[in-house]
Design a protein around this ligand. Sequence first.
Ligand code: FE2
Length: 380
Amino acid sequence: MGTVTILDEGKIIALERSGKTLRFHAMWLRDNAWDDATRSSSNGQRLIALRDIPADTHVSAAHLSSDGKLQLTFAPENKTIGFDAGWLSAHAYDGRALAAPGWVPETTELWDSGLMNRVPIAELPALQREENVLAGWLGEVARFGFGKLTGGPIEDGALFDVVDLFGYVRETNYGRKFEVRTEVNPTNLAFTGLGLQAHTDNPYRDPAPTVQVLYCLESSAAGGENMVVDGFRAAHRLRAENQRFFDLLATYCARFEYAGEAGVRLQSRRPMIELAPDGELIGVRFNNRSMAAAVDVPFDDMADWYAAYRRFGEIIDDTAMEVTFRLEPGEAFIVDNTRVLHARKAYSGTGTRWLQGCYADKDGLRSRLAALQAQPEPTS
Ligand code: FE2
């Protein structure tokens, strides 16, 4: 069952269960109370602000019952609140070691061309019909940053059916959706028959779109296979090869710009490898077409920054990193645009290739996934 001990004049408690001791601060516990006066019982939102909790809050009494219920009395409020020891264990912060910059959560699985044989794939009608199929596929998209769909309708706007599975379209100056096919007067290189280097889309936006959907409506031209690369894996490879290269791309901002149409001048300033303040790898931006002049790299580091940029590109171009697949009409793929780079191989001018693309956001995708995974409330 365990024990609870009051430490540091009640500023801290130590909870021992199954031989493991976890410390919690009285302030943290009081702020995370789930009683009806602290949290709304209907929507879970906190009803008080930190200013409503006395700064000298401490635990004056503590009792752990055999069923895992912890009763804590907080002074000077003289308020007794029940906590579930299991919830506390699941939300413990004691003993967490800082990981090396570039770390990723356990829920993220990095990949290379070896993923070719187990690309996350599902049929659109099954995803629309079966919540467990949707949960499984969204879970894989969240884990790998990429997934494929088959069996969709071959009709204009069908890509919105994909977004409807988890969220909402993010409209931009390219419209609610954009066409990807050969055009005589391209305003953007994506609309020509050239092969493209693997890239993330729209790094010149702030924030950049976090999800992209590309949906195939026609595909009779030879070539034009789609290809994806795990940018997080590429960043890890760069770090393993040359820590300084990794640090340079994570430290200094690049500049990105798109001004390819009248009235538009999109600009951003972000690093190619983005880390959270605690070092978590949270984003990759890589797009040779929209790189603007880098002006945020100190003169003495510019030569090495360019060497790092070059090497990062070489890693991204390495065929050992890529997963390729062909999209047939009614098929689509989805990428986490903050992580996975995509590209198209060159295709011939005969025949047609018509894809429609749109953007969406991964907070919606993660929300849908988490809601599907959530355990039903106990009925007792
Ligand atoms: Fe693209």
